[in-house]
Design a protein around this ligand. Sequence first.
Ligand code: GLV
Length: 387
Amino acid sequence: MPVITEIEDLRRIYRRRVPKMFYDYAESGSWTEQTFRENTSDFEEIRLRQRIAVDMAGRSTATQLVGEDVAMPVALAPVGLLGMQSADGEIKAARAAEQFGVPFTLSTMSICSIEDVASHTSKPFWFQVYTLKDDDFMKRLFARAKEAKCSALVITVDLQVMGQRHRDVKNGLSAPPKLTPASIANLATKVPWGLEMLQTKRRFFGNIIGHAKGVKDPSSLGSWTAEAFDPSLDWARIKQFRDWWDGPVILKGILDEEDAKQAINVGADAIVVSNHGGRQLDGALSSIRMLPRIMDAVGDKTEVHLDSGIRSGQDILKAVALGAKGTMVGRAFVYGLGAMGQEGVKKSLDVLHKELDTTMALCGERDVKDLGRHNLLMPEDFETRWR
Ligand code: GLV
């Protein structure tokens, strides 16, 4: 058993174990990947203020997200194709989240279906939807999520059209993988992954196959998004989706103060400041750099969460100190899932928690709810360099 001390250890094992097509899917940003890179490098620009000789005993990272008790200010972000990173990946990740005490968000583009994940878990999870054209399909998704007792709906609002990730196009990304000379040569080096995959029936998009009409190539995420997504989305349509769900709604993919205000107008219970992990608009600023402006605009009116770029407990602390009530982690748990399944996701959460807890102590804080700007040392122009 390798010694895992940081998220990067899990990424290295993940890369060796999982077919290139799926590793690349997770590890890509769009076009030049500038935003993808800056999501992490901007966290490094923020430094922490060390305090000593304060009582650090009895620390707590517990808080609440949209009214739910959580063990730390983290939820697992919706990530497509988890069941290709590891057989039955959505079930494994949901179980690890449940074990740890943080919410799991099931993506519409999951391999295991809503019903399947619900029947293999015992706590409610969150469900993510895209803003699609097909009303029937959307309404059925909402009803299925209700039936499965999902406790919150996450609406992804930054994917009307899909940003191009070059490697997905070059690899011919699909679920299950299409067999080409290149993919066969790569799969031949991933025997443990393949043996596990042969033992499950869950190898297709479980929420879509048999539910969405007129999908020409149901194995291809690219072609489904091109056909089904609604390029003419507007706020009235988002309000309609909001009103179809009689529970907490989280709008994910807000990166601008004006959009944050609109999100409140349509009745969002929380927003996620996000650039979709650098996978959509390349050239957008990082989420952490946009967070202070958005906090100034709406921080007293709604719950603000942040994703894109979180790879450590220190990053979680920085986001929370800047005002986020919670964070979402995507890649940080996908590495764990691909590296060692359910145990790996649990390991990712343990690593993040330990880092957050110890960093809080060294900053002289006992309660995650007391974190604030006083814990940070920021470059003077962090928020204003680009206006
Ligand atoms: C889908 O949301 C993706 O980022 O691939």
